[in-house]
Design a protein around this ligand. Structure first.
Ligand code: C2E
Ligand code: C2E
Ligand code: C2E
Length: 88
């Protein structure tokens, strides 16, 4: 049957990501820096990334996109709702 999965945007908390000292997120951080560079988006506290890029990044981690999302959540570097994030 048809699966209805929420298509939530992947939004990274850049401060937490770049402050995270663990080796585990090194590739995510490098990728995020490259995306910032390509967009010329240097001053943001958060970064929305493409689903395609998440898929590519999951391969680097020998994981699935949902597996990588889980890992990012464990490290607390995902922003659930960027608008609420800025409202506080
Ligand atoms: P491009 O893919 O030809 O996209 C040109 C412009 O279309 C982007 O300029 C952006 O304003 C808009 N655009 C394309 N796709 C989307 C989208 O899914 N959402 C939004 N909000 N806008 C979109 P921008 O941002 O200056 O990016 C310039 C170029 O840098 C892009 O050209 C692309 O080659 C690369 N790039 C930027 N961000 C990413 C990214 O997250 N992943 C990848 N793979 N490439 C990116
Ligand atoms: P904002 O820049 O004031 O954008 C508010 C809302 O306008 C966004 O909500 C989104 O729905 C829409 N919007 C803004 N720019 C674009 C765009 O280029 N394409 C499309 N399709 N919609 C756009 P959203 O996504 O929930 O983001 C909330 C806030 O989070 C944004 O407020 C911004 O401050 C921040 N944010 C989210 N993603 C990024 C990012 O990749 N880079 C930066 N620098 N900030 C981001
Ligand atoms: P968004 O801007 O709200 O776009 C949501 C989805 O609409 C994108 O999911 C993509 O499937 C489609 N979309 C929006 N604009 C374009 C476009 O110009 N060309 C094409 N082919 N599709 C488009 P996706 O790719 O997963 O991206 C998620 C979010 O990542 C985007 O949300 C946007 O906030 C950010 N993003 C992705 N690519 C770029 C980019 O090149 N530049 C910028 N500034 N932001 C991007």
């Amino acid at each position: 049957g048809v699966r209805h999965e929420p298509t939530n945007k992947i939004v990274l908390d850049l401060e937490r990501l770049y402050d995270d000292a663990s080796e585990d997120l090194a590739y995510v951080a490098r990728y995020a820096r490259a995306i910032q560079q390509q967009r010329g988006d240097y001053n943001g506290r958060v970064l929305s990334i493409r689903a395609d890029d998440l898929r590519a990044l999951a391969i680097v981690y020998d994981s699935s996109p949902s597996g990588l999302i889980e890992r990012l959540n464990e490290h607390g570097v995902l922003v659930a709702d960027p608008r609420a994030f800025f409202a506080s």
